[in-house]
Design a protein around this ligand. Structure first.
Ligand code: SAM
Length: 290
């Protein structure tokens, strides 16, 4: 028996059915019920493999309501599988609340690993992979997206983002503005599918390729972006922007204090940089001591 009672978090392919693991198929065939992000798309996958296990919907809008009944089933000894439309559940997909609730209740939770677009992109991008951070989707509204990018510009680890075809061009323009055109980056498109493409070698190169070829703007995307090799400089640049925005409202020393707190840059450097003068440096010494 591959699937005794417990919750099985089952990865499914991100485009190529050949990536469905034998263990995932066995678990899906043996569990009592499969909780799916979208029952219709999962049914297509199950039908392909002749799996008749019943399904129920578990998505962002009903996850809270479904968690109680699913926990009751798990407590009674049932085996429950959790799948999303593609890839690994919980990775920019529903399931976190159910998994957390099952763990908090002391119930068994088993990962059945497989495809994940973020890891597939990182594994083939050729950018540093020893330390990375996954940011999922950026906020859809431009102001919030730019604010998030300003926070991320100094991140020293490789950054992984998901993006949709509707926003890929705008997001790249914002990335160029926030991170600089020369930041090494790779855009992984349509991974494991017929039109799989990798574009690079930096943000400017990717933006130019998308501008030149409409077809490159179609499909699903993962952006892998090199970390900032000089995070102190990035923090200072962010701090200067915040300081400049606050300068009209607050005293220079107060503006420097707040800008330093938000950006992580040195308060002294921000205060000294307000007009770059020797007097400013001397003032900064006094401010730094307060
Ligand atoms: N849980 C999934 C995983 O493990 O990758 C991600 C789900 S998220 C809702 C969907 C996003 O993942 C897409 O908008 C795209 O950014 C990325 N993605 C999924 N499949 C992809 C593929 N075949 N190629 C490139 N990106 C993909």
């Amino acid at each position: 028996m591959i699937a005794p009672g417990g919750l099985y978090v089952v990865a499914t392919p991100i485009g190529n059915l050949g990536d469905m693991s034998r263990r995932a198929l066995a678990v899906l065939a043996q569990v009592d019920i499969i909780a799916c992000e979208d029952t219709r798309s999962t049914r297509v996958l199950l039908d392909h493999y002749g799996i008749q296990t019943p399904t129920l919907a578990l998505h962002d809008h009903n996850e809270l309501a479904q968690t109680g009944p699913l926990l009751a089933r798990l407590r009674s000894g049932d085996a429950v599988a959790l799948v999303s439309d593609a890839g690994t559940p919980l990775i920019s997909d529903p399931g976190y609340r159910l998994v957390a609730a099952a763990r908090n209740a002391g119930l068994a939770v088993h990962p059945i690993p497989g495809a994940c677009a973020a890891i597939a992109a990182l594994s083939a991008a050729g950018l540093a992979s020893d330390r990375f951070c996954f940011e999922g989707f950026l906020p859809p509204k431009p102001a919030a997206r730019r604010a998030r990018l300003a926070q991320l510009a100094g991140e020293p680890r490789t950054l992984i983002l998901y993006e949709s075809s509707h926003r890929i061009v705008d997001t790249l323009a914002d990335l160029v503005a926030a991170f600089g055109a020369a930041r090494p980056a790779v855009l992984a498109r349509e991974l494991t599918k017929r039109f799989e493409t990798f574009l690079g070698p930096d943000l400017a190169g990717i933006a130019a390729s998308l501008a030149a070829d409409r077809d490159q703007r179609r499909g699903e995307f993962v952006l892998v972006i090199a970390g900032n090799p000089d995070p102190d400089a990035a923090a200072l640049a962010l701090g200067r922007r915040i300081h400049a925005a606050l300068a009209g409202e607050l005293s220079p020393s107060r503006a420097a204090r707040i800008a330093a707190e938000i950006s992580g840059a040195s308060r002294r450097a921000l205060y000294a940089g307000r007009d770059g003068s020797a007097d400013a440096d001397a003032d900064a010494d006094r401010v730094a001591e307060t």
